[in-house]
Design a binder for this molecule. Structure first.
Ligand code: PAF
Length: 297
């Protein structure tokens, strides 16, 4: 016999409001997700559980943040498994709305939150036009519908976290943003729902190049007393690590760096030298799978 799930699954704002009215003065934490939950999400949920009385997880694959050529239709969806994980972690409510519930008037004439270009022109924003507008808009909608006191976001999506923080500050949104460190597997690969696309052992080994490159750049930066120039160091370390990989593995797997940058960890302005306070960020393709990662110096 299946044990009953004590996590409530709701799909409309009215259902949610009916439950939330009983929470009175309790502190509510939200963990916004697109589902396909893994240990990285579990860490966000545990953090929310520590800090609040009531934990709400939203699961919504947000069409507004996907470009026309991106993986919206094949993004992994596994509600039953996600519910079981949420239940095991003591989540009170999973909010799983349809596109019609979140975008009742469609997406064409929608009021949107446009984050400042200073934060979104570079890095992922340069390759995913409109992505952060889609993220900021849906997150503000979720905050308005679900009314959490705090919301937990992973540091793996560093640019997203910066965008959300700035939105909350600029628009006086009364939600505390709590960051949570990236969770990695034993080999160092940052956990991501998109890792599910990595099929072969070769692809998985290629995926480890992101963290290898980031760690080697950080080590190089920390070994010297004078700060190293950012661009030259990023380029020379990544070329060396990729060449080593090619020598061992051949060219069977495509590994293509989309960007590898150093920025000020607070402002996200480009950094010219590598020193503490600088964040290294990277996106790369392993065959057709786009992965991102980042590391602080
Ligand atoms: O990080 C994600 O999973 C998504 O971008 C978010 C924050 C849930 C918005 O759709």
């Amino acid at each position: 016999m299946n044990t009953p799930c004590s996590t409530r699954l709701v799909s409309t704002a009215a259902e949610y409001a009916a439950i939330a009215q009983h929470w009175k003065a309790q502190k509510v934490a939200l963990v916004p997700t697109m589902g396909a939950l893994h240990e990285g999400h579990a860490a966000l949920i545990r953090k929310a559980r520590e800090l609040a009385d009531v934990v709400v997880v939203s699961i919504f694959v947000n069409p507004l943040q996907f470009g026309p050529q991106e993986d919206l239709s094949r993004y992994p969806r596994q509600l039953e498994k996600d519910m079981a994980l949420c239940d095991s972690l003591g989540v009170d409510v999973v909010f799983h709305p349809s596109v019609e519930v979140l975008y009742p008037n469609g997406m064409d004439n929608l009021t949107r939150v446009i984050p400042p270009s200073q934060l979104t022109d570079g890095l992922c924003g340069a390759f995913r036009p409109g992505h952060f507008t889609g993220v900021a808009t849906v997150v503000l909608k979720l905050f308005n519908l679900l009314r959490p006191e705090l919301a937990v976001f992973g540091e793996k999506d560093a640019q997203q976290l910066a965008v959300i923080r700035q939105m909350v500050a600029d628009l006086h949104v009364p939600v505390e943003i709590v960051p949570c460190p990236t969770v990695r597997d034993v080999d160092g690969l940052a956990l991501s729902s998109r890792n599910a696309y990595l099929q072969s052992a070769e692809e998985k080994r290629a995926a480890l190049l992101l963290i290898r490159i980031l760690r080697e750049v950080r080590e190089a930066a920390l070994q010297v007393s004078e700060p190293l120039p950012a661009r030259e160091t990023l380029d020379s370390v990544s070329q060396r690590v990729i060449a080593d990989f090619r020598q061992q593995e051949g060219a069977a797997v495509r590994f293509e760096v989309q960007y590898l940058e150093a920025v000020d960890a607070q402002t996200f302005a480009p950094a010219t030298v590598l020193k503490p306070g600088v964040k290294l960020l990277m996106a790369a393709y392993v065959n057709q799978v786009r992965l991102i990662d980042n590391l602080d110096i």
